[in-house]
Design a binder for this molecule. Structure first.
Ligand SMILES: *[C@@H]1O[C@H](CO)[C@@H](O)[C@H](O)[C@H]1NC(C)=O
Length: 440
């Protein structure tokens, strides 16, 4: 008990302390309305350019709060994260007064070039230095508030065909990655159906539920592949994004419910749920609803949107609570099994179940830890060109988790729990005694 409590505490600690805000770069064509904004720096989207990068900027309804501002102090530029630190240093050292004067930025458009009396402009910018840039607007006039509608589109031209690719350089392979994993899950689903048919006499309710989880995961990946590929081709996200959100939502809820149900031993160990186990479900399911709403807002508003940070925090908080909540039923089951092992005299049977549940506990922790912490860390340390690798890592970990769960809780024709001989029984009670001594 004490070791599992320590493990739980470690996971909670890691989830909370690893609050690395990472920005996934989906550079759709974005339309931003800016109204009487006094901010000196307004960041827009971030995008990974190849050597064939393009930026289209269309600004309209431009107006200033003061009649005749110094236009050379207003403008758009592109900047990498590293060079931004450099710019800040230059400003601090008073080398320059305005970010637009820095030599390390790529000036896209200075309002100097604005035709007199015009209230907007269209600008086309070639970006041939491959790197990850953020589009930024600088307003170096402290007194001036400004309003404008900005339409920004960043894309790369594909090698030979010269078609536009609106996905950032590091994630342009994602549609194929998602499609591949979707095929894998559909195959797993088919294999599962075959297995359920062959072992139909020992199939429990939970096995059908597992099938639903796998199918939803496959559908979710398929929609994500289609959605990303639509963004890649057109720059806007209105392909299958609604379907994608629906399946993400169902997948999230069913996966967490499944982990709780397996953890409680529902339909393996007992046909009903205890009140406290039902309470866990009543916490986890509504929180998953909140998490999914937060995820939609996060995806739809860019990383610099005003609500982005708030929703990101909501999402992380809810996610941490859900991840911790699903561990409780497993801990309770382990405790119950240990007690049962001592009292009901079927040591071998209970030891097998106990080992299985302990393994499951460790695997759930590893899964949560990997998909939350390791993947975020990977996202932060890998170069923008290889951002897709963190997606692959997360999907591999998820796949491993699904396979482990399916393999260990599959329907058994000869239930090994009830076929033990006396030698096994003796060995098992010996081990349980040993464990009791060392309080494992
Ligand atoms: C935006 O500006 C680009 C570059 O000048 C131009 O080709 C494009 O047609 C403009 N788009 C809109 C919607 O005005």
């Amino acid at each position: 008990m004490s070791s599992s409590a320590t493990a739980t505490a470690t996971v909670i600690l890691f989830l909370i302390t690893t609050f690395i805000s990472t920005t996934t770069t989906t550079a759709e064509i974005r339309i931003t309305e800016i109204r009487s904004d006094p901010r000196p720096i307004i960041p827009f989207d971030e995008f990974g350019f190849t050597h064939n990068g393009r930026l289209e900027l269309n600004v309209s309804k431009l107006s200033f709060s003061s009649p005749d501002p110094d236009l050379s102090k207003l403008g758009f530029f592109l900047c990498t994260r590293d060079s931004w630190l450099h710019v800040l240093q230059q400003i601090e050292d008073a080398e320059i007064a305005c970010a637009l004067q820095s030599s390390v930025i790529k000036l896209v458009y200075s309002f100097n070039s604005l035709t007199k009396g015009a209230n907007g402009f269209n600008h086309f910018y070639l970006q041939s230095d491959a790197d990850q840039y953020t589009l930024v607007f600088a307003n170096c006039l402290p007194q001036v508030k400004l309003s404008m509608d900005v339409r920004s589109a960043m894309y790369n031209l594909d090698g030979k065909s010269k078609t536009r690719d609106y996905l950032s350089a590091g994630i342009t392979v994602l549609p194929r990655v998602y499609f591949f994993f979707s095929v894998v899950y559909f195959s797993l689903g088919a294999a599962w159906v075959y297995l359920l048919y062959r072992k139909r006499l020992t199939v429990f309710g939970i096995h059908l539920f597992m099938l639903a989880v796998v199918v939803l995961k496959a559908l979710n990946l398929l929609c994500e592949a289609e959605d990303k590929s639509y963004i890649k081709r057109t720059g806007s996200a209105h392909g299958w994004d609604i379907l994608f959100y629906i399946f993400s939502f169902l997948k999230g809820i069913t996966l967490f419910t499944l982990i709780v149900l397996i953890g409680t031993g529902w339909s393996f160990l007992k046909p009903y749920l205890q009140d406290k186990e039902k309470k866990v479900l009543m916490i986890v399911i509504p929180l998953q609803v909140v998490a999914n709403i937060a995820q939609v807002v996060i995806d739809e508003s860019g990383p610099y949107g005003q609500d982005w940070v708030t929703w990101k925090q909501v999402f992380l908080l809810v996610d941490v609570i859900c991840c911790c909540a699903v561990l409780f039923p497993i801990v309770w089951s382990i405790k119950n099994l240990r007690e049962a092992a001592r009292t009901d005299g079927k040591a071998a049977v209970n030891l097998m179940k106990l080992t299985l549940f302990r393994q499951y506990y460790v695997v759930v922790i590893c899964y949560i830890y990997f998909t939350r912490v390791v993947v975020y860390a990977l996202e932060t340390i890998t170069s923008y060109k290889y951002l897709w690798t963190s997606v692959v890592a997360a999907e591999m970990a998820t796949l491993a988790f699904y396979v482990f769960t399916g393999y260990n809780f599959k329907p058994e024709a000869h239930n090994p729990y009830f076929a033990v001989d006396d030698d096994d029984e003796e060995a098992a009670s010996e081990q349980l005694k040993l464990e009791d001594e060392f309080e494992l």
